[in-house]
Design a protein around this ligand. Structure first.
Ligand SMILES: [Zn+2]
Length: 176
């Protein structure tokens, strides 16, 4: 009877230890993106977390840890873009305000010049009118010291000087 070889084969106690209560497992095909969540669920479950709490844990994870970085990054980018747009618009607005103020000031100055010119023109017209009438008015001085405003019609000779006077002042002058 040939002696059996004693090496090779099973060592007693070798290999994976059987758990006291073997868990039934299934193979599921999932999206690769879900793998971190599933790994987290498994690790939490292994650590003794109840199934109800696992859902809460993964809910928190999906909002706080997994979805947020992408969302936040996108939002931050949008905010930066909006801030840049806003800053450039504010600069444009400020320039428009300066431009408007400058034009307003120029318009005010032009208006002021026009007003001043109008006033000057009116004053010159008054002077001209006064001078024009003075040529035709009686040159006599009234008792109250003001110039007679009646139209001069006669020449009056006095002390070698000829002045133009109205009828009334011509009469008065004759008395003297
Ligand atoms: Zn007179």
């Amino acid at each position: 009877m040939a002696k059996k070889l004693v090496w090779g084969g099973k060592r007693s106690g070798a290999g994976r230890k059987k758990s006291e209560q073997p868990q039934k497992t299934v193979v599921v095909r999932v999206d690769e993106a879900l793998l971190p969540v599933i790994k987290e669920i498994k690790s939490q479950y292994k650590a003794g977390c109840s199934i109800d709490n696992l859902i809460n844990v993964t809910n928190n994870q999906s909002t706080e840890q997994q979805a947020d970085p992408i969302l936040i990054e996108g939002l931050q980018e949008k905010i930066r873009a909006l801030e840049a747009t806003l800053a450039s618009q504010q600069e444009t607005n400020l320039n428009l305000v300066y431009e408007r103020d400058r034009e307003h000031l120029e318009a005010m100055q032009a208006q002021g010049n026009i007003t001043a010119l109008k006033a000057r023109n009116q004053a010159l017209m008054r002077d001209y009118d006064e001078l024009l009438h003075r040529e035709h008015n009686c040159m006599a001085i009234k008792a109250n010291g003001t110039r007679c405003t009646r139209t001069a019609t006669l020449d009056q000779h006095k002390d070698g000087i000829v002045i133009r006077v109205c009828v009334q002042h011509a009469k008065i002058a004759k008395k003297y």
